[in-house]
Design a protein around this ligand. Structure first.
Ligand code: SF4
Ligand code: SF4
Length: 513
């Protein structure tokens, strides 16, 4: 009997190499209808892509990292999970992320509560990744905030940070009272994410300073045309004036640009310099642009940027002094969510990345209880061991002498032998000698990765004790939240959302394209 052709040794079947290497699999969402779909993780030409198939909207591919090396390196950092104590939702057939609240699959409690205290906003940014409502706007009451804090404190021995967002939180007439409530609840880092337009009022800034409030200022571009493309207005001059006022009144600040490839990415060096030269600016938080919300859904996908691209620009900003190896993930989130670099600001005016003083694993472990390094005993021990190592091998670092004198001074001031300073005082001392770059890569429906959202530590808490991870909230839940979404806004978003071909035009076998 003649064997079938495929088993003939003389005529082996021809195998065509795929252009990619299959790495793994995760769950994602269809970029059009947001149904849950499988995503194959492909490595191709040193980059990482999700390849997805939706029965209704066909094959979809999205770039999730321009460096496979970073993608794999980040996964080598492993930290234990700390799940929330309270489960608020049952797991349904639809699965993650449609049972947020949290359900009992969620792996991490909320370390950064993000509270949208108002739906009103005084801008309408083309990159806005949230949904806002100015007519009859939502304004959180003091009682509602207290209820939220009670629920959060059930899950935390102490709450070190809270973030007010919006809309634009400075439009809330009771913002200062809301901050006082948080301060009375023992929260040290009271952060306000703002476009800054209301902060030209010096009396208001003084009152924020008196409360030790921290301003997270969205400063995206120095160029008029780019500012207009990203924010729909020219805001830079005003924001720089606000930065001057914050500096004058010593208000701790973070500069937060949303970075878009080909638009403001080349301005990262200038933004980095802005942080480095202002004593009250403690960090630069770079957000990779994501395509959710009233503006983001329609924004040009060519501007998608990933964490390794921002490592590159930080390298340019620092004249090669900072490299991707100076960054670590946050142990509190999935390793692909945050990339963090700390720098010791030396008394002689220079700076050294923390990873030149100690290992990346040490930096990673210093971040295990909080999104930001806390000036606790663990830090004191790390500083003392750095001193020991530099004493025994001073040639290992060009800046040894300056590092030794800076760290010794910090230890004397933060941990004086005859006094036990409270954490807030130590934090203020540390923040004069330490700066950080945080890269935070929010997800949209196209880049959505269920493995990441299940370990999300950034949540939107509600008065009933529910808590929705921020990327789930931005992609799915906020559009259904009547406090923020009105029908006209939802219609506008639908018009702007990119369309894919309907299923009839697609191959529905699920095979890779
Ligand atoms: S993101 Fe967390 S809470 Fe939401 S469905 Fe997934 S596991 Fe549950
Ligand atoms: S908000 Fe999004 S990017 Fe940030 S930790 Fe949560 S899942 Fe990750």
């Amino acid at each position: 009997m003649t064997p079938p052709p495929s088993s003939s040794c003389d005529d082996p079947p021809e195998r065509v190499a795929t252009p990619h290497t299959y790495y793994s699999m995760t769950k994602s969402l269809c970029g059009t209808c947001k149904r849950s779909v499988d995503a194959k993780i492909h490595l191709r030409e040193g980059q990482v892509y999700f390849h997805k198939f939706c029965p209704a909207h066909g094959h979809q591919e999205v770039l999730v990292s321009t460096s496979a090396e970073w993608y794999l390196d980040a996964l080598s950092f492993i930290a234990p999970n700390t799940p929330p104590k309270t489960v608020k939702r049952d797991v349904s057939d639809r699965g993650c992320p449609f049972d947020c609240g949290p359900c009992d699959s969620h792996q991490q409690k909320t370390y950064l509560p993000v509270i949208p205290i108002t739906s009103a906003c005084n801008l309408d940014c083309p990159i806005c990744y949230t949904v806002n409502k100015n007519e009859d706007p939502h304004r959180m009451t003091k009682e509602q905030l207290k209820e939220i804090l009670e629920h959060l404190l059930e899950d935390h021995e102490e709450l070190d940070i809270i973030n007010f967002t919006g809309g634009e939180p400075t439009l809330h007439p009771e913002l200062l009272e809301l901050l006082e409530i948080c301060r009375d609840a023992g929260i040290r880092r009271l952060t306000i994410s703002t476009n800054g337009l209301k902060l030209k009022d010096e009396e208001y800034v003084k009152r924020l300073a008196a409360l030790d409030a921290r301003i997270v200022l969205s400063l995206d571009s120095y160029e008029k045309e780019t500012d207009m493309k990203l924010l729909g207005a020219n805001t830079t001059k005003r924001k720089l004036e606000v930065l001057d006022l914050l500096q004058k009144h010593d208000v701790c600040a973070t500069i937060l640009p949303a970075v878009a490839a080909g638009l403001n990415d080349k301005e990262v060096p200038k933004l980095f310099n802005e942080m480095m030269t202002r004593p009250n600016v403690v960090s630069l938080e770079l957000h990779t642009l994501c395509f959710t919300g009233q503006g983001g859904v329609g924004f040009d996908r060519q501007s998608r940027i990933t964490i390794p691209d921002l490592h590159y620009w930080i390298g340019v900003a620092s004249d090669g002094k900072l490299t991707p190896q100076d960054f670590v993930p946050s142990p509190l989130a999935h390793p692909h969510c945050y990339s963090i670099c700390y720098m010791l600001m030396l008394d002689d005016g220079g700076y050294v990345p923390f990873t030149k003083l100690s290992s990346r694993q040490t930096l990673f472990s210093l971040l295990q209880d909080s999104l930001y390094i806390e000036p606790r005993e663990r830090l004191e021990n790390v500083f003392r061991s750095i001193i020991d190592e530099l004493w025994s091998d001073p040639d290992r670092l060009e800046e040894s002498e300056a590092v030794l004198s800076t760290i010794k001074r910090l230890l004397r001031e933060m941990f004086p032998p005859d006094e036990d300073l409270d954490l807030l005082t130590r934090q203020k001392i540390a923040e004069r000698s330490v700066k950080a770059v945080y890269i935070h890569s929010h997800m949209d429906e196209e880049s959505f990765d269920v493995a990441r959202i299940m370990k999300c530590c950034v949540g939107v808490p509600e008065t009933d004790g529910t808590n929705i991870p921020t990327c789930s909230y931005n992609v799915i839940y906020r559009e259904q939240d009547e406090r923020f979404a009105d029908s006209a806004m939802l219609e506008r978003m639908e018009e702007n959302r990119p369309r894919r071909l309907p299923s009839a035009a697609q191959d529905t076998t699920g095979a890779p394209a």
